[in-house]
Design a protein around this ligand. Structure first.
Ligand code: GH3
Ligand code: MG
Ligand code: MG
Ligand code: MG
Length: 324
């Protein structure tokens, strides 16, 4: 069985680093107001990738910010504009922070090139532009960007897998524990209510014994779907472990939390789970323990302990119950 970590590493190893792939689909933005320079660069690159030419630097800047380009080639000189300002701005925006920038400068512009490099441009060329050098430098930047984008995508994917429960698609315990701490702190600081629901499926062992482990898994999936339908976008629903689920509800006091919990309990108990089209519908009930943040001297640990105690109370008083 592959673990989350294995799958993440595997996708990192399969990065799209092919130079030719990167080149063929590349979209280059060229900001340059000198027609002879533009024509030459377009002629050299046009065969290998698509080139978007913009002679107005301000318009060019807005095009770059859209984030649809793989590389920006920008001229060092405009009649009434400082191209370094564009470079600096692009480096400060999330969308373009890693956009490769190649400066095309004139002979004798070393000070400007140095400043541009300090601002974070990736490479430069000096006119007259040598076609092979232009292609080589562009390819290097595209390859670097493809690697960077692939790496970032796989880091995001790996993170998502690490905080998601693969059976139900809900957040997992790691995510819950990380965010509960933050939400708890915020609630205390702002003197806002916050409630948590600890939910446990009743006699789940019996469900497994009767319908098999796969049947039990389907019950967990269906329960997660019903849970999702009954919480707000700002609530954090997570699978805490086996058949235990945990819901964090910001801006929710004990009274409102009880109403929500009761609705979830009823939603489960009132309609048996149809886990496949043919088999019998499975009757399921759940028990819920509620705890709310006390404004004075409360801790996350105590809050969870109170919810756990309430859940135990629900179990020992007959199950299919909500206890605060
Ligand atoms: P109670 O009403 O007291 O909660 O009874 P219970 O049977 O639900 O109690 P218990 O918590 O002891 O049993 C939980 C069972 O859930 C045990 C375990 O085999 C099963 N389980 C845990 N994780 C999974 C899972 O991912 N899939 C399935 N099908 N079963 C699981
Ligand atoms: Mg139990
Ligand atoms: Mg149980
Ligand atoms: Mg349990």
């Amino acid at each position: 069985v592959a673990t989350t970590r294995d799958v993440g590493l595997e996708s990192i190893l399969r990065l799209p680093t092919g130079v030719h792939e990167a080149m063929k689909f590349a979209r280059v933005l060229l900001i340059d107001e000198r027609p002879e320079s533009t024509e030459k660069i377009k002629r050299v690159l046009g065969e290998e990738c698509s080139v978007d030419v913009e002679s107005d630097p301000q318009t060019g800047f807005f095009k770059a910010v859209q984030g649809n380009h793989d590389c920006l080639i920008i001229s060092s000189s405009f009649a009434a504009f400082d191209p370094l300002r564009i470079c600096a701005q692009l480096r400060s925006l999330d969308n373009t922070r890693s956009l490769p920038i190649i400066l095309v400068a004139d002979m004798g512009e070393e000070p400007l090139i140095r400043r541009a490099l300090e601002l974070g441009i990736n490479d430069y060329l000096v006119r007259p532009v040598n076609p092979n050098e232009l292609l080589a430098r562009l390819r290097t930047q595209l390859r670097r960007k493809a690697y960077h984008d692939g790496l970032r995508a796989s880091v995001v994917k790996t993170y998502e897998m690490a905080v998601t429960d693969s059976l139900t698609g809900l957040h997992n315990r790691l995510y819950l524990e990380t965010h509960l701490a933050t939400l708890f702190k915020r609630a205390v600081e702002r003197r806002r209510p916050l409630s948590i629901l600890m939910t446990d499926i009743d006699r789940f062992k019996l469900i497994n014994d009767t319908y098999g482990h796969d049947g039990g898994d389907e019950v967990l999936r269906e329960f997660a779907r019903r849970l999702r339908r009954n919480v707000r976008g700002s609530d954090l629903a997570s699978r805490y472990g086996g058949e235990e689920f945990f819901i964090v509800m910001p801006d929710t006091d004990q009274t409102l939390a009880s109403i929500v919990a009761e609705r979830i309990r009823r939603e489960v108990a009132s309609t048996p789970f149809q886990i496949n089209n043919m088999g019998p519908a499975i009757p399921v009930t759940i028990s819920i323990g509620i705890a709310s943040v006390l404004q004075e001297g409360d801790t996350v640990h105590n809050l969870m302990k109170r919810a756990d105690d309430a859940l135990y109370g629900a179990k020992s008083s007959g199950r299919n119950k909500v206890v605060s």
